[in-house]
Structure formats: C-alpha cells, structure tokens
Design a protein around this ligand. Structure first.
Ligand SMILES: NC(=O)c1ccc[n+]([C@@H]2O[C@H](COP(=O)([O-])OP(=O)(O)OC[C@H]3O[C@@H](n4cnc5c(N)ncnc54)[C@H](O)[C@@H]3O)[C@@H](O)[C@H]2O)c1
Ligand SMILES: [Fe+2]
Length: 381
C-alpha cells in the first residue's frame, strides 16, 4: 500500500514520503509571502533543514531562519523569535522540527501580534479569549520527529526559565493551517530520539485511552495509535531507514496528539517537572515513569487495559500489558530508573508539589495526591 494521502482531520495534512517538495506551494495556499522558518539549534545546519530553505529560496520566498531554540524551549527563546519575526517583516511561520521547534514556531506566530504577556494565555478556562485572534500569523508545521504530535495541536509547551515550570499555552488558532508529514525527514533522527519520541506517542495514546472522560472518538484513535507504535517502533529502531515503519510512526504521533484532547494523566504530570528541572528528554522521561503509573492506576483502568491488550494481540490481560511495556522499554534500551537520566532524590518534595499542579494531573483516572506523587517519584528515581 502506498502510504500517501491528503487528510483534513484534525487539520489539512499532506502525508507521504518526499512531500516536503510541496512546502512553497503550501506557503502560497496560506498566503505567506515572507515565511520565517523556526527550528532548534540542533536542526539548523542539517541537510533536511537546509533543503527546506533551498525550496523556499528557489520559489522566491526568501531564506529566513530562526534557530535560537533550546530543547524544552522557554520565554527567552520566544522573545528572540518574535524579535526576528518583526525584524524580518515576516507574515507567517514554518514551524519545523521536533516538539521544541514546532512549539516555539507556533508560539512565535501566535505572540508576534499580541500585547499581553504569553503567560496570560495559559490553558486555563477561557484565557485564550484574551488574545487578539486576528493578529495570529498563519502556521505551516513540518515535524521531523514522530512523537509529540505538536503539528496537529492547538497548544505549545513553554518552560518558564525563572520558575522552571512548564506551561501549556493555548489558542485554537495555534493549530497549524497546513501540516506536511514527510517520513523521510525522520530517517536521520539519532536512535535515542527515535526511541524517546516514539515512547512519547505511545504515552499520549495510553494516557488518552486511560483518562476517564467521555470521548469515544479519542478512544478509538488512541487504541489504533498504540497498535501502530507496537508494530512499528521496534522496526524503526532496528532499521532507521525503514520508511514504511517511519510513516506509521509519524501517523501514530499525530494520532496521539489528536487523542489527548480527551486528557493526559500522571505520566505527563510527573514527566513535566522532571523535564523542567533536569532538562531530560520528554518522551524518554515518560517511558521511565510509565510502569509505576500503570500500576498506580490499575484499579481504575484494569478493564479497559484488558480490552486494549486483546486488540493489540497481547495475552494475559492487564498483567500481560504491563509486562509488554516493561519488555518494550528493555528492548528499546530505555533506562528503568530516572536516576540513570541524572535525576536525584533530593528534590522529590518539590517535584511532587509541581506534579499535582500540572494540568495533565486532572486527566489521571485516579486522583494524584501529594503522597501518591511522592511515592511514584521514589519508585521511578
Ligand atoms: N505541543 C505538544 O502537544 C507537546 C506534546 C509533547 C511534548 N511537547 C514538547 O516537545 C518537546 C520535545 O520534542 P521532541 O521529543 O520532538 O524533541 P526535540 O524537538 O527537543 O528534539 C530533540 C533533539 O532531536 C533533534 N532532532 C529532531 N529531529 C531530528 C532529525 N530528523 N534528525 C536529526 N536530529 C533531529 C533536535 O535537534 C534536538 O536536538 C518538549 O519541549 C516537550 O515539552 C509538546
Ligand atoms: Fe508528551
């Protein structure tokens, strides 16, 4: 089967190998004439990024790059990006990269025309209505990892560099107008990023599937997303050039982020403070805390995890699913403890306070109390 398609759910997605060639045409479709390509430092000089800039330049769209973006990007990266957007008189953003480049690019397009500080648009109640929606520049998203699904999301994660807290900045118009999902762009990911981002996609599907809210559409997407990861993450780790498996992982990533409108849970609530304080990779952190969280939630999710296990071809119900997660982690070389990612036991109280306040905590099937968060950190570190 040829893995190429045009989808309009949840936004316009041009899916297929080689489709980065359509970048200039996508700019025309959104009316962008002076796009700013935003990515992170690591990607700036790689051939995939330079090729995208070549495509823009040869179509008369300029060659503007902003790449002062850290992993777990912060408000200083955002301020610099907005300054570059204004200085170049740009009229749209190509958000290019993993979650870091995508999120920061989306937020530059959002914030360049606003007068209020970015923290006023945290994903709380209807705070997004404070924004001047007509001042949001168009966004084209081009993912280069297969994990966060930020390319189909209406939010960007921004770390406050003073408080080290990760905030979700939300506006419906932050959903990119066009996404180019070209699995060839993910072929050069370092193996550890392939694993980490793939486990992030799995965590999105698992947490969306487990969260207690009524959202059958998400439920179905999350289940099939888990299956795609199960079938294809080991394949891309074994052979990074397996384009078919890379394509399925790219779909799974977009599906995870589409599904987690239903809610995330304690995996992300624990992982966000760890990432903000220790700068660990987000997806890898999720993978480490996943089994203790599964065990913690067991009483609330046993039945639905049994159903998922049956669909995924895993025998043994909840226990079989739990063992599958342990084996997947081990096979992929994910550490079993956060200590191996450089996390110490000295800040557990602070981490637990942050975890219970994290917006993802509310989607957990079982209440994440302070005591529970502390013991989950103890078990994970
Ligand atoms: N918006 C959302 O819904 C959402 C969801 C989950 C996570 N996030 C955020 O996304 C970020 C993590 O994103 P990520 O896991 O994609 O990692 P990342 O964007 O931080 O990238 C990790 C590293 O991989 C490199 N890289 C990316 N693609 C590459 C490629 N094709 N070839 C070679 N190198 C490549 C980057 O340069 C970087 O050094 C975190 O900040 C997290 O908070 C956002
Ligand atoms: Fe995530």
């Amino acid at each position: 089967m040829e893995l190429t398609a045009n989808w309009s759910y949840p936004t316009a997605i041009r899916f297929g190998a080689g489709r980065i060639k359509e970048l200039a045409e996508a700019c025309n479709a959104t009316g962008m004439k002076r796009p700013l390509l935003v990515t992170d430092r690591g990607l700036a000089n790689l051939p995939i990024t330079q090729n995208a800039l070549d495509l823009l330049e040869s179509s008369g769209l300029g060659r503007a790059l902003f790449a002062e973006v850290d992993p777990n990007p912060n408000e200083q990266n955002l301020a610099a990006g907005i300054a570059a957007f204004k200085a170049g008189n740009h009229d749209g953003v190509i958000a290019f990269g993993g979650g870091s480049g995508l999120d920061l690019g989306k937020l530059v397009a959002f914030m360049a025309g606003q007068t209020r500080p970015v923290w006023d648009f945290e994903d709380i109640d209807d705070w997004w209505t404070r924004a001047n929606a007509s001042a949001i520049a168009p966004i084209i998203a081009v993912p280069t990892t297969a994990g966060t699904g930020s390319e189909v999301g209406r939010a960007g994660v921004l770390t406050n560099s003073e408080t080290h807290v990760k905030k979700i900045i939300f506006h419906p118009k932050v959903l990119p107008s066009i996404v180019i999902c070209d699995p060839e762009l993910t072929v050069g990911m370092p193996p550890v990023i392939t694993v980490g981002t793939g486990m992030d996609a799995f965590a999105h599907c698992l947490e969306a599937f487990s969260s207690p809210f009524y959202h059958p559409m998400s439920q179905g997407i999350a289940l099939e997303g888990m299956r795609l990861v199960k079938e294809n993450l080991p394949r891309v780790v074994a052979d990074g050039n397996d384009l078919e498996a890379r394509a399925h992982m790219m779909s799974a990533a977009a599906m995870g982020a589409t599904a987690f409108q239903k809610g995330l849970g304690a995996i992300h609530a624990l992982s966000h403070p760890i990432g903000a304080i220790y700068n660990t990779h987000h997806g890898m952190t999720n993978a480490v805390v996943m089994p203790p969280v599964l065990e913690f939630n067991r009483s609330e999710i046993e039945e639905r995890i049994e159903a998922a296990a049956a669909y995924l071809g895993i025998t043994g119900g909840f226990n079989g699913f739990y063992d599958y997660v342990l084996k997947l982690r081990a096979d992929l070389g994910v550490p079993d403890k956060l200590g191996k990612l450089g996390v110490g036991t000295d800040r557990i109280d602070e981490l637990a306070e942050m975890a219970i306040k994290d917006p993802s905590a509310g989607g957990n099937p079982k209440e994440l109390t302070l005591e529970a968060a502390k013991s989950l950190f103890k078990a994970s570190i």
